[in-house]
Structure formats: structure tokens, C-alpha cells
Design a protein around this ligand. Structure first.
Ligand code: TGC
Ligand code: FAD
Length: 390
């Protein structure tokens, strides 16, 4: 048998079909040409300088809502979508987030719960990157426990009137449309809110030390009056936004595997070129132990992603399978990024190398879409049958 390839030790990508490999290669080429050269500057600037241009470029690449059917969306397999997330997050978690929020949260909510008119109005433009969407679930006092949300939608004649504040909303201040979750007399429901509606405003959150190549905002809704048809008619209860989270969490499972791979590859290259005590760092036993731990984590993460993707394409991915993947892969990526950062010595604290950027991004990735604790509790409940959330 051939010796293992250090860049895909268990030949996980050998399990991909030709279409999947084509998607992987197209997104990887795009990322390396169009994103990698700029991402350190964007991260340093703490923003994406041209979000509309980036949305259009992602639309042209075909990754926005690529796994959704119809309405100008790509209709790809879950595995193909996962591979796109993996290649994007190998560049930066913030760039994968852009695609996740647009496709797996805002578009997925409209696709799952919207009327035909919602779908025809928004999905083709969002798939093309001509309109940007955001997804407002979290509030200042309601994060892990979204059921405690205070944002309310009350009926006034046939209109809806929304009041409340959403916090930590990716792309909130550049969005054309916000999918906002609010309590009603009939439980939690989703609303399609064009961001030019009077009473809607968004404030950029500054001073982030993580996910800096991403725009994060507060949404303020003050007597936002919407017509009756702003309601997502098929949304019913907290299970509706949670089912969108499953889609985005699935992309994160793959994305984290990409960030882990990027950190391992940087560490491997550095260990072979940087010399101390008269030989490459990679020649020391302690370094080899670190690389061995990394290559195991990277390949475990890759296998978990692909297995989960196959389950999803077979219609068998339960939300606790997704929790398993998010819990396992984000923790693996954090271990790899931290170790890779150390291996780069002083160089590792700069933006000249990707490792610390990934390491601090992963603090966000471990927090959003259900913290590590929340997914641990989901797994604990899944295996014991006992809920320990409250
Ligand atoms: P609980 O009573 O357990 O559940 C309420 C209803 O929802 C159902 N359910 C789910 N359905 C689909 N998918 C899931 N993952 C589901 N989890 C639960 C459940 O069966 C129930 O249905 P029914 O019919 O019986 O009413 O709800 P709970 O209030 O106890 O909360 C459970 C908990 C803690 C797991 C959940 O609230 C949770 O996941 N919290 C974390 C919140 C979170 O992840 N927020 C993310 C915000 S969006 C974001 O971060 C975007 S980041 C940008 C990017 O992705 O890049
Ligand atoms: P909290 O829920 O207050 O948790 C604080 C700590 O307590 C955590 O360690 C948590 O694990 C722990 N904890 C909570 N409950 C329990 C428990 N039952 N048992 C044990 N420990 C517990 N949200 C959106 O809706 N849309 C977005 O687009 C979006 N984008 C984001 C972008 C960024 C950069 C960030 C950082 C966040 C984003 N979020 C978004 C919000 C994100 O989903 C929340 O931050 C996350 O759900 C956690 O909520 P919280 O920050 O309020 O923390």
C-alpha cells in the first residue's frame, strides 16, 4: 500500500465522488485566489470592507443557499455544501460565517417557513448575492436560552408591530432583509423584515477580538410595523429557529475541520523550515508528538464531517448527530490551532501566519450556534435520556 499523504492521512477525500471533488476544488481555488490574499488585512481592519462585492462573488461561485432546492438555489448535496464550508473556513471562520448566515439561516428560514411570495421575492436575489440576509434570534439577555426572548410581535388590526433588541447578529448592519424571531400570543414566530422598514436600525459591534473579518451588529426594533404577510406562515414555536440552527451547525462541523486542517498544514510547513539547535523543529520528538496529535485531530474531524454529511444526504441526520459534530470538531480545531500557534513561536502571534487568527476565531465558533456546554448537554441528554439544561 502507498504511504499516507500527510495532507489527507486517512484519505478521507478518497470517499468523495467526482461532483463533490469538483465543488471542493472550485471553492478551494476561489478561496486561495480571492480570499487568502486579503483576509489578514480584513481581520486587522476588523471588518469586511466590501460586503456587497463579497456577497456577489459568493453568489457567482454558487455557494449561497447552494444546498436548497429551487428559487435559483443550487440544489447540491449536503456533502458538497459541507466541502464548500470546509474550504472557506480553511481561510477564515468569518468568511464561512457569511455563507452560513446567508444560506443556512436567513435563506433556509424563508425556504422552510416562508410563503411562495417570500421565496420568490428573496431567494433568487439572495442566492445571487444581490441581497444580503441576517438571522436575529439571540438577544442581550437571551443567548443559550432563546426561549426566554423578550422581542414581541403584537397584532394591530391586520398589521404586526415588533419591538425588541437582537444582539450579536452577523451581517445585521449590511443586510437587506432580517429574519427576526419574536414571541407572539401564538408562541415564537418568524418575521421577514426588510431593513429599510421605519423603526428598524442596526449598530455595528466594535472591539471584537475574534471573528474580526465579519460584521456583527445589534438590531433595534422600535414599533416596526409590518403587513400581515411579513409573518413566516409555516413557523411554529422555538423548534422553527432551532431547525435552521441545525443547518448552520452542520456547516460549522465541516468548517471547523477546515480551520483545523489549515492550522496543521501551517504547523507542518513551519516545522520543516524553521531550524533551532541546528535542525528543523520537526526533527525534535516534542514537535513530532504535537504534529501526531494534530494529524489525528484533523483526520478525526474530517471523518466526522463526511460521515455526518452522508447521514444528512440519506435523511438520517438527527439534530443530536449535528451536536456531536459541532462539539467534537470545534474542540479538535481549538486544540490544533492552539498547538500550531505555539509551534510558530513569536511568528505565531502575528497576522503573517494564519494560526492565531484561526485560534481566536474559534473562540467565536465554540460560542455561537450553541456553546460547547450546550452541545455537551445535548449529547448528555441523548445518551442518558435525562435533560440537564435547567
Ligand atoms: P426544548 O424544549 O428542548 O425545545 C423546543 C422545541 O424545539 C425542538 N428542538 C429542536 N428542533 C430542531 N432542532 C434542534 N436542534 C432542536 N432542539 C430542540 C424540541 O424538540 C422542542 O419541540 P416541541 O415540538 O417539543 O416544542 O427547548 P429549550 O428551551 O429547552 O432549549 C433547548 C436548547 C438549549 C438545546 C436550545 O435552545 C439551544 O440550542 N440553545 C442554543 C442557542 C443557539 O444555538 N443560538 C444560536 C443563534 S444563531 C447564531 O449563533 C448564528 S452564528 C453565525 C454562523 O453560524 O456563522
Ligand atoms: P450565554 O448563554 O449567556 O452563556 C454564557 C456561558 O454560560 C457559556 O459558557 C454557556 O455555555 C454557559 N451556559 C449557558 N447555559 C448553560 C447551562 N444550562 N448549563 C451550563 N452552562 C451554561 N446569534 C444570532 O441569533 N444570529 C447571529 O447571526 C449570531 N452571530 C454571532 C456572531 C458572533 C461573532 C458571536 C460571538 C455570536 C453570534 N450570535 C448570533 C450569538 C450566539 O449564538 C450566542 O452568543 C450564543 O448562543 C451564546 O449565547 P450568550 O453569548 O448569550 O451566552
Amino acid at each position: 500500500p502507498a504511504a499516507p499523504d500527510p495532507h489527507d492521512f486517512l484519505d478521507v477525500d478518497g470517499g468523495l465522488d467526482e461532483t463533490e471533488r469538483d465543488v471542493r476544488d472550485a471553492v478551494r481555488d476561489f478561496s486561495r485566489k480571492e480570499l487568502t490574499p486579503h483576509v489578514a488585512d480584513w481581520f486587522e481592519a476588523g471588518t469586511i470592507p466590501d460586503p456587497r462585492g463579497l456577497a456577489k462573488a459568493f453568489g457567482d461561485l454558487g455557494v449561497l443557499g447552494m444546498h436548497l432546492e429551487g428559487y435559483g438555489c443550487g440544489g447540491s448535496s449536503a456533502v458538497a455544501y459541507g466541502l464548500a464550508c470546509r474550504e472557506l473556513e480553511a481561510v477564515d471562520s468569518g468568511l464561512r460565517s457569511f455563507v452560513s448566515v446567508q444560506g443556512s439561516l436567513a435563506m433556509a428560514a424563508i425556504h422552510k417557513f416562508g410563503s411562495e411570495e417570500h421565496k420568490n421575492t428573496w431567494l433568487p436575489r439572495m442566492a445571487a448575492g444581490e441581497a444580503i440576509g441576517c438571522f436575529g434570534l439571540t438577544e442581550p439577555d437571551s443567548g443559550s436560552d432563546p426561549g426566554s426572548m423578550r422581542t414581541r410581535a403584537r397584532k394591530d388590526g391586520s398589521d404586526w408591530v415588533l419591538n425588541g433588541t437582537k444582539m450579536w447578529i452577523t451581517n445585521g448592519s449590511v443586510a437587506d432583509v432580517a429574519v427576526v424571531w419574536a414571541g407572539t400570543d401564538d408562541g415564537v414566530r418568524g418575521f421577514v423584515v426588510p431593513t429599510d422598514t421605519p423603526g428598524f436600525s442596526a449598530n455595528v459591534i466594535h472591539k471584537k477580538l475574534s471573528l474580526r473579518a465579519s460584521i456583527t451588529s445589534e438590531l433595534v426594533l422600535e414599533d416596526v410595523r409590518l403587513p400581515a404577510d411579513a409573518l413566516l406562515p409555516e413557523s411554529r414555536g422555538l423548534g422553527s429557529p432551532l431547525s435552521c440552527l441545525n443547518e448552520a451547525r452542520y456547516g460549522i462541523v465541516w468548517g471547523a475541520a477546515g480551520a483545523a486542517r489549515a492550522c496543521y498544514e501551517a504547523a507542518l510547513e513551519y516545522s520543516l523550515t524553521r531550524e533551532q539547535f541546528g535542525k528543523p523543529l520537526g526533527g525534535f520528538q516534542l514537535t513530532q508528538r504535537k504534529l501526531a496529535d494534530m494529524v489525528v485531530d484533523v483526520n478525526h474531524a474530517a471523518m466526522t464531517s463526511l460521515r455526518l454529511g452522508r447521514l444528512k444526504d440519506e435523511g438520517r441526520a438527527h439534530h443530536n448527530h449535528v451536536s456531536f459534530g459541532k462539539f467534537a470538531n470545534v474542540a479538535a480545531a481549538q486544540r490544533v490551532a492552539s498547538s500550531a500557534r505555539g509551534l510558530h513561536g513569536a511568528n505565531g502571534i502575528t497576522l503573517e501566519y494564519p494560526v492565531m487568527r484561526h485560534m481566536v476565531n474559534l473562540e467565536t465558533v465554540a460560542t455561537y450556534e450553541g456553546t460547547e456546554d450546550i452541545h455537551a448537554l445535548s449529547l448528555g441528554q441523548a445518551v442518558t435520556g435525562i435533560s440537564a439544561f435547567r
